[in-house]
Design a protein around this ligand. Structure first.
Ligand code: PXP
Length: 236
């Protein structure tokens, strides 16, 4: 399994003071050096962490794949087509949420999503849909011609170490197998940390884990490069 490093919270820290440090591009350079398979950034509608200028700087200076997380809006579609990141991961977005709560509802907007994805594909961008481990959503992601799904591991992470862990884990395992049978490639992420990530080895064929908060938190104590290397050791 590969590790996509989400550096949004380097920007959260920077924006807390409104200045320039810590530098988001420096974080991307360190993640690249530490062997991240992707630098993941979420350009939210409200620009609460990553800003357009971060995307621009990373695009100009980083060779590692850029995975742009974004909502399925016209504005974001235009930004993606213009900047051509390696991949786009389409996520649901609510203004009031602290983080991405729950997966994208592809099922109830299948036609919209199919049309939304087309120009991204035409621009040569790999498209992933961030969905819950739910059969309906997987069939819809396949119909929309997504290349990847990213399974939302938040419910599993919340249940980790409780009586519900098994149930939430089985949902991920079953969902990954179904998606792979349909020809979708499967990533996973959200809420994964140094304690719970080992269980991802039990899910066959996962390609990449996208991890942010836990790595950036650990980086406060041991530095970003070491925090990434430690996570890489756990997942490779
Ligand atoms: N994957 C997606 C699609 C996300 O939206 C996020 C959170 O931004 C993550 C992975 C990373 O989650 P965490 O910060 O909990 O590791």
């Amino acid at each position: 399994m590969e590790l996509g490093v989400n550096i949004d919270h380097v920007a959260t820290l920077r924006n807390a003071r409104g200045g320039v440090e810590p530098d988001v591009l420096d974080a991307a350079i360190i993640a690249q050096r530490a062997g991240a398979s992707a630098i993941t950034i979420h350009l939210r509608e409200d620009r609460r962490h990553i800003k357009d200028s971060d995307l621009d700087a990373i695009k100009k200076n980083i060779k590692t794949n850029i995975n742009l997380e974004m909502a399925a809006t016209k504005e974001m579609q235009e930004i993606a087509v213009k900047n051509k990141p390696y991949s786009c991961c389409i996520v649901p977005e609510k203004r009031q949420e602290v983080t991405t709560e729950g997966g994208l509802d592809v099922y109830s907007q299948e036609e919209y999503m199919r049309k939304f994805i087309e120009p991204l594909h035409e621009a040569g961008i790999v498209v992933s849909l961030f969905i819950d481990p739910d059969e309906k959503q997987i069939f819809s992601a396949h119909k929309c011609k997504a290349d990847f799904i990213e399974l939302h591991t938040g419910a599993f992470a919340n249940a980790f170490g409780t009586e519900h862990e098994k149930e939430e884990f089985e949902k991920l395992k079953t969902a990954a197998a179904l998606a792979q049978n349909l020809g979708l490639k499967v990533n996973a992420g959200h809420g994964l940390n140094y304690e719970n990530v080992h269980r991802m080895h039990e899910i066959d064929g996962l390609i990449e884990l996208n991890i942010g908060h836990s790595i950036i938190s650990r980086a406060v104590f041991v530095g970003l490069e070491q925090a990434i290397e430690e996570m890489k050791d756990l997942i490779s």
